[in-house]
Write a protein that binds this ligand. Structure first.
Ligand code: MN
Length: 425
């Protein structure tokens, strides 16, 4: 049997999401549950150590919460003879060393921005774990400045909370080139929540968050199994997070009456998603989905109104043991109207269509610039921030998409009102 380690990225104990539907307890699918689950996995797979890559606790005031759960899991792992090695991240540069003083079973590597090595032994032979911990909330210098060249002959895993290839970052910026100077080390990084390690290549990468912490953290999440057999190190992502965030494109071409059909249509798309990706989604108790409506529709304004109502409802769809829900809906569909044809008219719809054609075709740069400034201010207003982060980006494409959505809706309303028969004067 190879020597096994279980490596865990950013946990952020204490962080909760407010974007779950009624009836779903955030604690049941959050970081704490994900960590308990990882501990069960560590015991089941009989790993020789658990590695934590920093940002174990979300904030300093989460110390007591983190203390409670860590006491419990260190006890459980201790009984099973599994040590825990951790490096501190920018969020827990102070909390993690404090916890370690109270919990001797938690071993911090590389306190105060130094490099330190610990050796773990298992049936597949010894493995060195090389680590560095954040000395403060920020660290503008590269942690690799005093990175030692690998000394022993044991295969080596590097555990580091840092910003990879991000020159100018305040969070321990480090380049692949600098990490390579240590010799042959399999680097497992914390900090960025999107996992980027690949079992197929040996380049440094992120373990990712243990469970997606907000709707932007889409895709598979879970701990990584590291297997060491002699000089060979292999990785496997154990996709097991209790909460999963996804995006889903839903075509609307077939919808004639959005008010009556959209909810059922989206529910069906969610059920299809659960069936199609069953293997990948199996471990997730709850799946939050950001839906993007695509295609062309005759009832654009009606669809936009129905989509907005549905997005706010956060409505759940239960499939067997799993709850899927719509976190938000972005209407990226297009109206059936022939914009270019309409743009030749000299009436109000014609005027609007000309503007929309310009935005659609990547012209109207001044309008986009003006809107970016305005939308930047609007999105930051407290009332809107409280509703959750907007789906849209403030880059050119995001502004254009948002402008087209508003314009298509207005155009659809204008044309609809023109078709209404006039009543008696
Ligand atoms: Mn971090």
């Amino acid at each position: 049997m190879p020597t096994r380690l279980l490596a865990i990225g950013d946990i952020h104990l204490g962080r909760t999401t407010n974007r779950l539907p009624d009836g779903v307890d955030p604690a049941r699918v959050g970081p704490e549950t994900a960590l308990r689950q990882a501990v069960r996995t560590a015991r089941r797979l009989q790993v020789s150590a658990v590695l934590l890559a920093g940002d174990v606790a979300d904030q300093e005031h989460d110390l007591y919460h983190a203390h409670g759960i860590l006491t419990e899991i260190l006890g459980e792992l201790g009984t099973a003879g599994i040590p825990v090695l951790a490096v501190a991240g920018n969020h827990d540069h102070e909390t993690l060393p404090r916890l370690a003083r109270a919990l001797p079973a938690l071993q911090i590597l590389g306190r105060n921005g130094t490099w330190e090595t610990a050796t773990v032994t298992g049936e597949g032979g010894p493995v060195d774990v090389l680590g560095w911990s954040f000395p403060g909330p920020h660290h503008a210098a590269s942690p690799a400045a005093d990175l030692p060249r690998r000394a022993g002959s044991a295969p080596t895993v590097g555990l580091l909370h840092a910003d990879l290839d991000a020159t100018g970052s305040r969070y321990a910026p480090v380049s692949r080139h600098e990490l390579a100077a240590a010799g042959t080390v399999r680097w497992l990084l914390g900090h960025i929540h999107q996992p980027s390690l690949s079992p197929a290549d040996e380049r440094p990468g992120y373990l990712g968050s243990l469970v997606g912490l907000h709707p932007g953290e889409t895709g598979p999440r879970g701990p990584w199994l590291v297997e060491v057999d002699g000089a060979t190190i292999t990785l496997r992502h154990l996709v097991q997070a209790p909460l999963r965030w996804q995006t889903l494109d839903v075509p609307v071409d077939a919808i004639a009456e959005p008010d009556e059909e959209l909810a059922a249509h989206v529910a069906e798309a969610l059920r299809d998603l659960a069936a199609r990706e069953a293997a990948d989604l199996a471990e997730a108790e709850v799946v939050g989905v950001r839906v993007r409506l695509v295609g062309r529709t005759a009832g654009y304004a009606a669809l936009a109104r129905a989509a907005s109502g549905l997005g706010q409802a956060r409505f759940p769809v239960v499939c067997d043991e799993q709850t899927l829900f719509v976190d938000a809906i972005a209407n990226d569909s297009e109206p059936l109207h022939d914009l270019d044809q309409l743009a030749r008219g000299d009436d109000l719809p014609g005027l609007l269509a000309r503007e929309l054609v310009a935005v659609r075709d990547g012209r109207a740069a001044d309008l986009v610039t003006d809107l970016r400034a305005t939308l930047g201010r609007v999105d930051l207003q407290q009332a809107f921030v409280a509703l959750g982060s907007p789906i849209e980006d403030h880059d050119d494409d995001g502004i254009r998409a948002r402008t087209l959505r508003a314009g298509y809706r207005l155009l659809d309303d204008l044309l609809a009102s023109r078709e209404v028969p006039r009543g008696p004067a």
